[in-house]
Write a protein of this length. Structure first.
Length: 171
């Protein structure tokens, strides 16, 4: 028989020879007759005893260090806890929305009172057009063609009557 393979030597040292091409009895007989293979099995046994004699130390938990490293590599936008942030920002957004609604409603009511005063003053005074050119956009006092000509050639802060002398209330 030729020399044993490394796997057969390892299994012989462990005592875990499997039934395969060579039986356990043939391997044991070869080890008994071959000094080279016997020396290799002895070396395996010494190494096995040395490893078994060492105490098993638990492996250090590296998950926290790995998480910290991965966390440091992520962009700041991904590190935000959006659920917690939205719960903190939602009341502020609601308060700002209510404040904006209150401001708009106050401005609308003030504008309504101002327009009532303007209507009353217009009824007492003669009809004059002191609107600016920029107000022609929402006033509805000029046609679309006049509006285009105004924005192409007029100064937005000048009086509308300087550019459109006969402004009627109809389009």
């Amino acid at each position: 028989m030729k020399h044993l393979t490394e796997a057969q030597i390892t299994h012989a040292a462990d005592g875990s020879l499997e039934s395969g091409e060579v039986s356990a009895l043939d391997v044991a007989a070869h080890i008994a007759s071959c000094d080279a293979c016997r020396a290799l099995v002895e070396t395996q046994l010494v190494a096995r005893r040395a490893l078994l004699a060492r105490p098993i130390t638990p492996v250090r938990d590296l998950s926290a260090a790995i998480r910290a490293t991965l966390e440091a590599e992520r962009p700041w936008i991904e590190r935000l806890n959006w659920r917690r942030l939205s719960l903190r920002v939602a009341p502020i957004a609601a308060a700002l929305t209510l404040l904006a609604l209150f401001a708009v409603r106050t401005a609308d009511s003030a504008a309504g009172r101002a327009s009532e005063t303007t209507v009353a003053a217009t009824e007492l005074a003669p009809a004059t057009n002191d609107h600016t050119v920029a107000s022609a956009l929402w006033s509805g006092e000029v046609s679309e063609d006049q509006l285009l000509a105004l924005f192409l050639s007029a100064n937005p802060d000048e009086s509308l009557s300087a550019y459109v002398p006969a402004v009627s209330k109809e389009k």
